[in-house]
Every structure is written in structure tokens, then in C-alpha cells.
Design a protein around this ligand. Structure first.
Ligand code: URA
Length: 441
């Protein structure tokens, strides 16, 4: 074999060649160990973005990224139940993981969730959890395993130990406009999930203007790639396609979405769209993990876990075990950072919210300081948007959104951008269910 030169692999992909396994392995090795520069990683990601990868290359990339670090064997760690997980392809106001992990734990599943940071215009669960004072998203593997056993769930970031190649590639994709690629998304998600030693995975594949794959056709292709690559690697995988033509929760931001999740778990608030998507994904997990025999049984278990407070209690246990406040459920508002300026954005006229530019709302959060402009940027956990209006009827001067900002001038800019993201029309929009379809592959 000729010596491996990263620029030659980049050139071959740039020119549309299919990469062989050996050069994918060598590239990923350099990615994980640092032998390849950030410039070369960015160029590689852009070449894959434009030229794509066939299914074999995507599977090889996934396998190499999985092997780039340690993998967990839950059987050897005596987990008393199935290791189940879900992952989203990314959205705005998508705080499902924070609600779903403790819910599934309260129903007898174990959720060792390795989540991501913000990516492109979307928020990341790890960034959200880091707004909880003291919460450690980077525990060592022993602590991670202990918390999963004791709380039933642990949501952490990619450590240097698990899928380090994705950790680096992900951070570079975030700031180089190379996120929206089916093979890169597939390898990114599945490498983390395969390293986590799961028994089953459910994928939440977002579709709509706030998703990385805006059309249903592209979302189906992504779902197909995730399910077939996951299954081929020995991980039972299902996918639901869910709507991202409006934010899922009525808020976007880090501490803001944590607060919403706590309020949802403790019954202080309920949102039909969040509930529908969370329950649909969680019930697939309970079925795959044999914690329920039927969809009806799964839904009634989830209902009971929410109503009894058992799910909220699992969340609190996870937060405390990972270094956060012991009283997060009660002290939530005082414990979480809050923005200095809160400004209402009001509807200029009566009508129907007919279209929401969800991607633009995600970018507003980044501009407010809630996401990164370049890799490694610090983020402001307190800023973001709350009280976001959904599609449907709206009165003149009704609140379209509440902007949470560091200062008056960024609040003013954000308020104008939010208004531009909302189309108010005379006719109601065509309805679309939050769970668009279950992918049958
Ligand atoms: N989530 C991930 O972990 N990776 C992606 O590429 C997209 C969503």
C-alpha cells in the first residue's frame, strides 16, 4: 500500500472517488490522534459534503470512528436491564433527551446517553446540561457506568475515551458548514452509539426547515442510512421521522430548555408536541428493550412514570450524581442562570402563523451567544428564546417570543430577527402531525 497522505485522500474524495477502507481507517486514526490538521479535516468534510459516500464507505467510516476510542460492554458491567438510547439528528427546541432518558429509566430501561454539543443552527444536549451548575458532562467511564446503574440514565458528552474521532470532526463540522451530509451524520451518530454498547437505538430523524435534511425525501434517506448502517453493525435500530417545521418545545436556548424540561417532568407544564414525540420515541425503546409488550402498554407505563413523579425523580438523581444541585427540581429557577434582559416580541397583526423559519430562530440563539461562531467558543447558557408561538391563530400584539439577552442592543437585534422568521397570513396553515412517519426499513 502506498504511504498514507491525508491530502491525497482529500483529493480523491474531492474528485468523486470511493475511498477504500484502509485510507478511511488511516484518516480516522489521524483525526483521533491529531496527526491530521484542522484544515485537512475541514477540507475532507467539505469534500464528503459535496461528493457523498456510498453505503460501504459510510459503514467503514462509522466503524473506524467507533474504534477510535474505548467501547463499553454493559454485560461485563452487570447492568440489570437493557441499555437503550435515542438520538436526534438535530433540531431547534429539541429537548426530548432531557425528558425521555429519565422517563425510560423510570420504566425499567437503562439509558447511557452520549450526547452532542450544539451543531450548526441546532442546540446540543451537552451544552444545555452544562448550564446546570456543577453538572459534569465528562465523567470517567466508571462514574458514567455507576450513574447509569444507580439513576437508570446518564447524559454525558463524548469523552476523550469514547469516539474521540467524532468529537473532533463534530466540532469542526459545526463551524465549517459541513453538517448536512448523510454519511457524516450517520458516522457521527452511530460511532457514539456503537461505542456506548447499546442493546437498541431509536433515531429521531427531523424533517422540515429547521432540520439538516429539510425535505421528507432527504429525511427518509437519512433514516434509511442510519437504520441500515446501525443494523449492519449489529445494533438494532429504528427511526421515526418528526416535524421540524416549527420548534419542538416552545423555547430554544440552554438553561431555558433545561427549565422547560424540568417543568414538563414535574407537571408544571405540558406541551402536546413535546409529549407526542417523546412518548413515540420512548415507547419504541420500551418495546425494543422488552420493557413493554405493546404500544398501549408502553404509553400507559410512560404516562404513569410522568404522573407519579418517578421520571422527575430519575432526572434529579442523575443531576445530583453528576455533580449538579441535589434540589434541582425545587430550586430550578434559582439554580439556573438567567439573562439580564428579557424582551417580548409581539405580533404586528392578527392572523395565522403560517410558516416559521426555524433555522433562523436557531441562528438567533447563536447570535445571542447561546451557540458557537468558531470551534471552542464559550457559550452563554442564559440567553435564548422562550414563549415561542407555534403555527396557528395569533392575535395582534400577542407574544410571538420572549428574547433572553445579555444586553438591550442584542435583544433588539434578536427581536427584529425573530419577527422576520414568522409569516403571519390570513389563511390557516396545513396541519402536520409532530410524528410524521415511522420508517419501515
Ligand atoms: N447529531 C450528531 O451527533 N451528529 C450529527 O452529525 C448530527 C446530529
Amino acid at each position: 500500500m502506498p504511504p498514507f497522505l491525508p491530502q491525497e485522500t482529500i483529493r480523491r474524495k474531492r474528485d468523486g472517488a470511493a475511498l477504500d477502507k484502509a485510507e478511511i481507517d488511516a484518516f480516522v486514526d489521524g483525526l483521533a490522534k491529531g496527526g491530521i490538521g484542522d484544515d485537512q479535516v475541514a477540507a475532507f468534510a467539505m469534500a464528503v459534503f459535496f461528493r457523498g459516500m456510498n453505503a460501504r464507505e459510510a459503514a467503514d467510516l462509522t466503524a473506524a470512528m467507533t474504534r477510535s476510542g474505548a467501547t463499553i460492554d454493559w454485560r461485563a458491567l452487570d447492568l440489570p436491564g437493557p441499555a437503550l438510547d435515542k438520538h436526534s439528528t438535530g433540531g431547534v427546541g429539541d429537548n426530548v433527551s432531557l425528558i425521555l432518558a429519565p422517563l425510560v429509566a423510570a420504566c425499567g430501561g437503562y439509558v447511557p446517553m452520549i450526547a452532542g454539543r450544539g451543531l450548526g443552527h441546532t442546540g446540543g444536549t451537552v451544552d444545555k446540561l452544562e448550564s446546570v451548575p456543577g453538572y459534569r458532562t465528562d465523567p470517567d467511564l466508571q462514574t458514567f457506568a455507576r450513574v447509569v446503574r444507580e439513576a437508570g440514565c446518564a447524559i454525558v458528552g463524548q469523552s476523550a475515551e469514547l469516539a474521540p474521532a467524532d468529537r473532533r470532526l463534530y466540532a469542526i463540522r459545526d463551524v465549517t458548514a459541513t453538517v448536512e451530509s448523510i454519511p457524516l451524520i450517520t458516522a457521527s451518530i452511530l460511532s457514539k452509539k456503537l461505542a456506548a454498547g447499546l442493546d437498541a437505538l431509536v433515531m429521531d430523524v427531523k424533517t422540515g426547515n429547521g432540520a439538516f435534511m429539510p425535505t421528507l425525501e432527504q429525511s427518509r434517506a437519512l433514516a434509511q442510512s442510519l437504520v441500515s448502517t446501525g443494523e449492519a453493525a449489529g445494533l438494532p435500530t429504528r427511526a421515526l421521522i418528526t416535524d421540524m417545521d416549527e420548534p419542538l418545545a416552545p423555547c430554544a436556548g440552554n438553561a431555558i430548555e433545561i427549565l422547560h424540561a424540568i417543568d414538563f417532568l414535574t407537571g408544571r407544564r405540558s406541551d402536546a408536541r413535546v409529549r407526542d414525540v417523546t412518548f413515540a420515541l420512548a415507547s419504541e425503546m420500551l418495546l425494543m428493550g422488552r420493557r413493554a409488550q405493546s404500544l398501549d402498554e408502553a404509553i400507559s407505563k410512560l404516562d404513569a412514570a410522568l404522573a407519579s413523579g418517578a421520571a422527575a425523580e430519575r432526572f434529579a438523581r442523575m443531576v445530583a450524581a453528576l455533580g449538579g444541585p441535589r434540589d434541582i427540581l425545587e430550586a430550578r429557577a434559582a439554580a439556573l442562570p438567567a439573562a439580564a434582559v428579557v424582551r417580548d416580541v409581539r405580533a404586528p397583526r392578527e392572523g395565522y402563523v403560517s410558516r416559521i423559519d426555524v433555522r433562523a430562530l436557531g441562528l438567533v440563539v447563536i447570535e445571542l451567544g447561546g451557540g458557537r461562531r468558531k470551534a471552542g467558543d464559550a457559550i452563554d447558557p442564559a440567553v435564548g428564546l422562550s414563549d415561542l408561538a407555534g403555527k396557528g391563530k395569533i392575535g395582534k400584539d400577542a407574544v410571538v417570543a420572549r428574547v433572553h439577552a445579555r444586553d438591550q442592543s442584542s435583544a433588539q437585534i434578536a427581536a427584529a430577527q425573530v419577527l422576520r422568521a414568522y409569516d403571519i397570513a390570513d389563511e390557516p396553515p396545513a396541519p402536520r402531525a409532530p410524528v410524521v412517519e415511522r420508517s419501515e426499513i
